[in-house]
Design a protein around this ligand. Structure first.
Ligand code: AQP
Length: 331
């Protein structure tokens, strides 16, 4: 089975990214042929600094390797190193409806947050995302809950292409974890933990030192009442229970059972301890890996070489089916 997922090079990956996505990437290496792409071309759709982008891309590469991605067992590469993504994005735009793109939640949220320019790239984001996955004929895409809508559109694009031009693309399915698919901000537990748009104190970063993690959990917003159980009117406690369950590799029900009768203070302190235990080894490995930029670049360029080879047959077939280019490939 082929697995594909992309992650933005924001550098400051948070606990939501780790639990919703990165943890699944690591597991994916055992289950199939896994490809993971650091999507710098997606990052340029909002305001950004070019010098910083390169740095953050290497930070993200080092975080992924530190979390357990192994270049011997997966293909790890930079999106802009493989031209097939942008070419396929353009080709797929012919079977993508403008109305669908403008209705996407992410586009609506992010476009209203832009101060100077709402780029056309932001609107096109899901088409490029579809191209990322469809170029490799991946069957499964591990993501967090927030990407469900984009995945549905991707499936629709693949189906529409196949209906219009003949069976060519694989219609992928998402893999959203049962627990931890939507980690919430510790200060605003009704809002998703995210790189942009939530509070610094409510966002736990993968590279936060233990004291910072402990402080953020200590100050986490809980709810009225005293019961430790998940419920729609208890977003703060529900979030802490889910985080603790993932960090301890237990079910949320087991956590609720274990902590029955304990107070919120204890829930926060055991959650902090478990998350420190989860993230500290990643931070320590990151420190070692990040300093060797040549090695990081080498890993990415070897990954890109493999990715180019895997994407080429799909691109050739898509061009052929669409009647684009010469009969015998690019002139
Ligand atoms: N809070 C979350 N809980 C679970 N999964 C999450 N993901 C993101 N937030 C949560 C998943 O992480 C993967 C990578 O997301 P990305 O490439 O979009 O990275 P990001 O820009 O750093 O993620 P954010 O925080 O979602 O960014 P903004 O602030 O831009 O909205 C995806 O699989 C995503 O589902």
């Amino acid at each position: 089975m082929r697995i594909f997922s992309g992650i933005q090079p924001t550098g400051r990956k948070h606990l939501g990214n780790y639990i919703g996505a990165i943890r699944q990437y690591v597991a994916g290496q055992e289950r199939g042929e896994a490809l993971y792409c650091i999507v710098d071309l997606h990052a340029i759709t909002v305001a950004y600094d070019p010098v910083e982008l390169r740095e953050r891309l290497l930070d993200t590469t080092a975080i992924l390797l530190a979390a357990g991605l192994d270049p011997q067992r997966c293909v790890l590469f930079r999106q802009s190193d493989v031209a097939a993504h942008t070419e396929l994005c353009w080709l797929l735009s012919s079977v993508t409806a403008l109305g669908e793109l403008s209705r996407m939640h992410q586009f609506r949220d992010k476009s209203s947050a832009q101060r100077e320019l709402v780029s056309a790239g932001l609107l096109f984001y899901p088409v490029l995302q579809a191209a990322d996955v469809l170029a490799y004929r991946a069957e499964e895409v591990p993501v967090g809950e927030d990407q469900r809508e984009h995945l549905e559109l991707m499936r629709e694009i693949a189906r529409r292409f196949n209906a219009r031009f003949g069976e060519t693309l694989v219609v992928p399915r998402h893999r959203i974890p049962e627990v931890g698919a939507r980690i919430m901000d510790l200060q605003h537990p009704e809002t998703k933990m995210s790189t942009t748009g939530t509070s610094e104190e409510g966002t736990v970063y993968v590279l936060d030192p233990p004291q910072a993690i402990e402080k953020k959990f200590r100050r986490a917003v809980t709810d009225s009442g005293t019961d430790i159980r998940r419920a729609p009117d208890k977003p703060g406690v529900s979030n802490l229970v889910e985080i603790l369950a993932v960090a301890r590799q237990r079910t949320p029900e087991e956590i609720e059972g274990e902590l029955a009768g304990a107070g919120y203070g204890q829930l926060k302190s055991v959650a902090a301890e478990a998350v420190v235990g989860l993230l500290s080894p990643v931070r320590e490995r990151y420190e070692q890996l990040r300093s060797d930029e040549r090695a990081l670049e080498q890993t990415l360029s070897e990954g890109a070489r493999q990715a180019r080879e895997l994407a080429a047959p799909t691109l050739a077939e898509v061009r052929e089916r669409m009647g684009v280019g010469g009969r015998h490939g690019p002139g």
